[in-house]
Design a binder for this molecule. Structure first.
Ligand SMILES: [Zn+2]
Ligand SMILES: [Zn+2]
Length: 390
């Protein structure tokens, strides 16, 4: 009998009716209650973030291949003793034979570095000698001016001239030496070129290996954080629906916890997806779309439609709830109007005098007449769907 009554009432009053009552009780709480729940959500998220960053440290991070092995490959010409690896190869370097390959050309690298040092010191000596010449030239010009003015010069003109000549000889010998150092350096660089290529290849393999390890690490962190957050999220959702079905006023507490855990859960999934999605490809596709005018306008129009569908959908849902047939019927009855044709009614009417709609029926509990569209009997107060035992 109960089940049948329930069905009948649902048909009469509309299926949305119960949901809308639930919504009201679920939302209702005091201002203090709201504040406490917001603090709770913030606190849960804060604790979650702390735990996430702690979990991310549990798996051991991979080691990257040494960057210094690439110096002779990228820029052999400017090699210095500081850009040579200081004999500290890690396990990844050793796994890919980078230490061996590097040590094989170490004598040449040291030679190039010392040649560079000599070239650099020669160059600075040349610069110094050139500035000496400029100074000597100025002194020489001064003695000429003094002579023209008929004054006795303090400096010895011939001495200055000799000095200039000597410095010029020094410069040209330094330049000569530098040229020979440069040609030695070129020879050394050409000697290591094939070894450098081999190092580059191995370094690339080692880097790929390292990046794979990084991806694997990120996946492990993802699983760890997921294992942490998923049970909380699942329990929260489960009890939320359990209380909501019971139309419990405590549902709002679980609404808050569900919100907090949903944010943490979405963060975990979002970070992981961001890591695994091929970003360069997405960027390239987006760039391609933006470069072709026609496709760009397709995107613009599409995004406008998406926005309308999302926001319109939300408003549609709200409107559907507010303007469900059951709600309309109750609102019209409140205004003393027929739910079907809006004709003004008298509380005595059993049928609508205009359209003939049956407005009242006998109460299942007491037999008195009650309004058909409202669940409770005005005589005995019992619910239409209430169990007979209650
Ligand atoms: Zn009517
Ligand atoms: Zn009754």
């Amino acid at each position: 009998m109960n089940l049948q009554n329930e069905k009948q009432l649902e048909e009469r009053v509309g299926k949305n009716d119960q949901n809308s009552y639930e919504e009201i009780s679920e939302k209702r709480t005091s201002k203090l209650g709201y504040v406490l729940l917001i603090v709770m959500v913030a606190f849960v998220i804060g604790v979650g973030e702390t735990i996430f960053s702690d979990l991310a440290r549990i798996p051991e991070g991979p080691i990257s291949p040494s960057a210094c092995v690439m110096n002779p490959v990228r820029n052999p010409k400017n090699l210095t003793k500081y850009s040579i690896c200081q004999n500290s190869f890690n396990d990844v370097d050793k796994k890919f034979g980078l230490d061996e390959k590097y040590n094989n050309i170490l004598p040449q690298l040291q030679e190039i570095a010392s040649l560079n040092a000599s070239i650099e010191s020669n160059n600075s000596e040349i610069r110094k000698a050139e500035s000496d010449i400029q100074r000597l030239n100025r002194e020489y010009n001064l003695t000429l001016q003094e002579k023209m003015a008929g004054e006795k010069s303090i400096a010895n003109k011939e001495n200055i001239k000799d000095n200039i000549t000597n410095t010029k000889v020094t410069i040209s010998s330094l330049q000569e030496e530098t040229r020979s150092l440069e040609s030695k350096k070129s020879l050394s660089i050409s000697q290591i070129s094939s070894a450098a290529q081999s190092i580059e290849q191995s370094h690339k393999e080692a880097t790929d290996y390292f990046l794979n390890k990084v991806a694997w690490l990120k996946f492990k962190v993802f699983l760890l954080t997921l294992v942490f957050v998923l049970p909380f999220f699942a329990f929260s959702v489960f009890f939320y629906f359990k209380l909501k079905r019971k139309n419990s006023p405590y549902t709002i507490i679980l609404t808050a916890t569900t919100t907090a855990f949903a944010i943490l859960f979405l963060q975990v999934v979002g970070v992981f997806l961001y890591d695994i999605l091929p970003k360069e490809w997405l960027e390239r596709i987006f760039k391609f779309f933006m470069e072709v005018p026609f496709l760009r306008y397709v995107i613009y129009y599409g995004s406008v439609i998406v926005v309308i569908v999302i926001f319109g959908g939300i408003v549609y849902y709200i409107q559907k709830k507010v303007f469900s047939s059951a709600k309309i019927a109750i609102r019209r009855l409140k205004d003393k109007k027929c739910p079907k044709c809006s004709f003004s009614l008298d509380s005595q009417h059993i049928f609508c005098p205009n359209c003939g709609l049956q407005l009242k029926e006998k109460c299942k509990h007491c037999g008195e007449l009650k309004v058909k569209y409202l669940s409770h009997c005005p005589n005995c107060g019992k619910d239409e769907v209430e169990k007979t035992s209650a």
